[in-house]
Design a binder for this molecule. Structure first.
Ligand code: GCU
Length: 604
């Protein structure tokens, strides 16, 4: 059969038609960076292709002779109208918008090419890993398509083993055009940074590897003398009898499990309560964990803690905790552009610490992995979110599958991070039966993947004309924490704040997941003068007094740590394509409201 398929493929190609794309995408490999790998970061050639000449023929049909072949003239008369090797280069990972001023606003396709050498290790598989490409990407290796991926903020990986030779080239078609059916949809209040925005690696894994593993501390009575860590793992295929060994040397845990017919293991690791130091903001204790399968051992750093909602309280390790948070976009600390390394993460998280935070809402999409891992090391809890933002195409099955896949990959990547305590499935979505079905199914899916963390979403309160703000959202039954955004003082008169009453009729903890207002750093005036630092300062003072009245308030994440790029914010000399609600300017300067927020947290 396979032979006939090859003949058919050749015939179709001869008529300039491309057969359906091969797809070598594998389920995301847990902690893939623990394996031996070669970085493909660095300069990549790029070609801006506004009309996708490199992918479609002039009848808008996919062509078999596209840019992905990286073709060169073989004879003097040959016609090839592109040449990657003469094209400019761009440092990858990065968004293209900040790498070439001609691309600041660009939305469309850009092709990237990277040459690389590969040594094949017998008995191993070669996995091509992308930390993220925004938004829609096709990938080819040595002219052969390996897959098509949709979604701009989660990693993905392909098996390219049998395509590799000594010298190779990888080609990426990245397209960040917006569409109503996408996730996020056509409009969103952040910059549409396009391209290969996170790490690219070629990873070597054994033919049989551990595709996913999970370690979670089980809840227990406060006085329990023994604690249990649940452990589960799954191979990349169904195979019984494989030995999986878990070692946590500092806890003197060294246990071996045998896979069942599905290639899975499940069990619990027992440890004396006296011996284990639980992860918390005050004590961000991580343990070295070694997981072995045959001759391969991978290392991870894992913290152990419990998180739960009980009545209107959030309990960390059984004790009530107030989430002193702030919202953050995945942008570099200074100026715009996608953040994508530990240094960027440490700068932003240090600012959050200076604000007095023990918690960050990583809005509105999964941030790069180093942001989560640095926060874990610094003792900062995380709210992680998928970009189901505003007015999604609720009745489109492909849109739901896209959102579900992004949710799956967000949870798959970070479900071993002790500091991630909340999975958020949406932001400010309009009420409807279709939306409730869409989000309800996402919440059920999230819980099926991970029932150890809290589920939430940023709801909207009714913009009541009187002074009573009611939270009424059918999604309350699906979430563990009811969170909502409110903008008294910015989209509503700040003098209403002292008169506001809040009705939240749910016996669940409450997070005010956004509040705040804009100010241009260095612009001063009276507190009623919009855009002055004094206006923002007064807005924070009024809001914080108002928030104290909310029954069940378990946390706040003001909008937002730092000014960020947005195409929706065009006021000259004030916004200039920045959203100015940051407590810190786009150049790292703290505004007066920063200190109001910091002092409130100090007394929390
Ligand atoms: C909304 C939204 C944010 C946006 C903010 C604003 O609440 O969630 O993404 O940036 O308002 O208006 O600045």
């Amino acid at each position: 059969m396979k032979r006939y398929l090859c003949v058919l493929t050749a015939l179709l190609a001869a008529f300039g038609m491309q057969v359906c794309a091969a797809n070598r995408e594998l389920p995301l490999i847990q902690n893939i960076k623990a394996y031996e790998s070669v970085s493909l970061n660095g300069p990549w050639n790029y070609i801006v292709d506004v009309q996708e000449e490199g992918y479609y023929n002039y009848r808008m049909k996919p062509t078999s002779s596209g840019f992905f072949l990286n073709a060169k003239p073989q004879k003097p008369e040959d016609l090839i109208e592109y040449d990657f090797d003469k094209a400019p280069t761009m440092q990858i990972p990065s968004d293209w918008n900040t790498q070439d001023e001609r691309l600041f606003f660009y939305e469309g396709t850009i092709w990237f090419k990277k040459n690389f050498t590969a040594k094949k290790t017998p008995g191993c598989r070669s996995i091509l890993y992308f930390g993220a490409i925004n938004y829609d990407s096709h990938i080819w290796v040595n002219g052969k398509e390996v897959g098509h991926h949709v979604g701009g903020f989660t990693p993905f990986n392909y098996d390219v083993t049998d395509l590799l030779e000594g010298k190779n080239f990888v080609i990426v078609k990245a397209d960040n055009k917006r569409h109503a059916e996408d996730v996020p949809t056509q409009i969103f209040d952040w910059w549409n940074y396009g391209g290969i925005t996170r790490d690219v690696r070629l990873v070597s894994v054994p033919a049989t590897y551990i595709e996913d593993y999970n370690l979670q501390l089980e809840k227990a009575e406060t006085k329990a003398r023994t604690r249990e860590i649940s452990f589960s793992a799954r191979l990349n295929h169904s195979e019984a009898g494989q030995k999986v060994r878990v070692c946590i040397p500092e806890l003197r845990i060294d246990q071996q499990f045998t896979t069942d017919a599905d290639g899975r293991v499940e069990g619990s690791l027992k440890v004396s309560a006296k011996k284990i130091s639980l992860w918390s903001p005050m004590n961000p204790r991580l343990y070295q964990v070694l997981i072995s399968l045959g001759a391969t051992t991978i290392r991870d750093e894992i913290g152990f803690r419990t998180i739960e909602a009980r009545g209107k309280k959030i309990l960390l390790n059984g004790q009530p905790i107030f989430l002193k948070g702030v919202c953050i976009h995945n942008e570099r600390p200074y100026g715009g552009g996608r953040a994508n390394n530990s240094k960027d993460a440490r700068t932003l998280l240090t600012w959050a610490k200076e604000l007095g935070c023990n918690f960050v809402r990583l809005a509105h999409y999964p941030h790069h992995e180093e942001m989560v891992r640095e926060a874990e090391r610094m003792g900062i809890m995380v709210w992680s979110e998928i970009p189901v933002y505003w007015t999604i195409d609720w009745t489109n099955p492909a849109t739901f599958e896209n959102a579900k896949q992004q949710l799956t990959d967000m949870i798959r990547r970070d479900h071993n991070r002790a500091n991630v305590i909340i999975w958020s499935i949406a932001n400010e979505t309009p009420h409807s039966a279709e939306r409730d079905t869409f989000l309800g199914n996402l919440a059920i899916h999230a819980r099926s993947l991970d029932d150890s963390r809290l589920i939430s979403m940023a709801m909207e309160v009714s913009g009541a004309s009187d002074y009573v703000n009611r939270l009424s959202d059918n999604m309350h039954k699906y979430v563990d924490v009811v969170s909502f955004n409110q903008y008294v003082g910015w989209y509503r008169d700040v003098n209403d704040a002292s008169k506001m009453k809040w009705e939240i009729p749910y016996d669940k903890p409450v997070i005010v997941s956004e509040f705040g207002g804009g100010a241009k750093y260095g612009f001063h005036g009276k507190k009623n003068q919009r855009w002055t630092e004094e206006f923002q300062e007064n807005l924070y003072k009024e809001n914080l007094e108002m928030l104290e009245k909310i029954d069940g308030l378990a946390g706040t994440t003001p909008w937002i740590l730092k000014d960020f790029r947005s195409p929706r914010r065009v006021l000259p000399d004030v916004q200039d394509y920045y959203n100015r609600k940051g407590l810190i300017s786009d150049m790292g300067e703290k505004k007066k409201a920063f200190y109001v927020m910091r002092d409130w947290y100090k007394n929390k």
